[in-house]
Design a binder for this molecule. Structure first.
Ligand SMILES: NC(=O)c1ccc[n+]([C@@H]2O[C@H](COP(=O)([O-])OP(=O)(O)OC[C@H]3O[C@@H](n4cnc5c(N)ncnc54)[C@H](OP(=O)(O)O)[C@@H]3O)[C@@H](O)[C@H]2O)c1
Length: 264
């Protein structure tokens, strides 16, 4: 059985994804802090609602989906009840596997995951890292769990803060760019709804081309950039305003902020 501990937004998205992928509700359970949240999840998905202690005793895989600040309390509740051989998967941003391992019985395998909001549409980017007691089999189990809701990539844990900045926050940067492009449409006199439709469809088209063509982004961009044409006029302005340098610094700042938060 797989138990999702702290089934909020992220936990529910994962729950719904694995159910759509064919797991039966009887193979899944959730834990919650508020009874009404549990009742809603039970009604919506037909899964059992357990206490954290019950989940620790009965589930083979425990997926922790609470906010980072609730992690220590949750681990205190779990710690005394986890038998050997359980896999613990943590989705909490910025919490190292060593923090979790030190609060659980010795030898419990821990895998750390950073996912992102497109988990809601089965297009998440999830990066996974093994803690010191997790082996190939534990990583495989984690990948099997996450594949129904998107792509999964293994990375060393030292890159997790960088991944949080790059793909964890990544969707926000694209939304920001879309917002700015829609403003440009308004500037050029387009109705807002039409501008939004044009930009969103361009983003979807570009994303599918990037994913499915196998071409490098530079080649895809060059294909839209004819000599002396309109695209290069826009690119010159992007370069003049240092957009590439801004992106590098912005994502580095996100990584640094993630480290600060992790240090409390
Ligand atoms: N949302 C994202 O886009 C995103 C992206 C990447 C990673 N993450 C990570 O995913 C985790 C969850 O984020 P979220 O946005 O899904 O947060 P969320 O909606 O607040 O979900 C967390 C849930 O855990 C419950 N909870 C807290 N302490 C508990 C306990 N001791 N026992 C049982 N349940 C408990 C909370 O209950 P209440 O409802 O009573 O507060 C809440 O429903 C975070 O660690 C975050 O870093 C989130």
């Amino acid at each position: 059985m797989i138990a999702i501990l702290g089934a909020g937004k992220m936990g529910e998205a994962l729950l719904s994804g694995v159910l759509r992928a064919g797991r039966r509700p009887a193979q899944l359970a959730v834990t919650v802090r508020r009874a009404e949240r549990g009742a809603l999840l039970h009604e919506r998905y037909g899964v059992a609602v357990l206490s954290n202690a019950e989940a620790a005793k009965t589930a083979d895989t425990l997926v922790i989906a609470v906010k980072p600040q609730d992690m220590a309390t949750l681990l205190e509740e779990l710690g005394p009840h986890i038998p050997p051989g359980r896999l613990v998967i943590s989705m909490a941003a910025g919490i190292p596997t060593s923090f979790i391992e030190s609060r659980l019985p010795g030898g419990v395998p821990v895998v750390r995951v950073m996912s992102n909001t497109p988990v809601h549409v089965d297009e998440a980017m999830s990066v996974v890292s093994a803690g010191s007691h997790a082996d190939e089999a534990h990583l495989k189990l984690t990948e099997e769990l996450l594949t129904p809701v998107g792509k999964v990539l293994r990375i060393p844990e030292s890159l997790q803060d960088g991944a949080t900045a790059l793909s964890g926050s990544g969707p926000a940067y694209f939304y920001y760019l879309v917002e700015a492009m829609v403003d440009a449409g308004i500037l050029l006199g387009m109705p807002r709804a039409a501008a939004l439709e044009m930009v969103v469809q361009s983003a979807v088209g570009a994303a599918v081309m990037l994913r499915d063509s196998g071409e490098h982004p530079v080649l895809l961009r060059e294909a839209v950039t004819s000599p002396g044409g309109t695209t290069i006029a826009a690119i010159r302005e992007l370069e003049r305003h240092g957009v590439r340098a801004a992106v590098l610094e912005a994502i580095e700042a996100a990584r640094n902020r993630g480290r600060e938060l992790a240090e409390g």
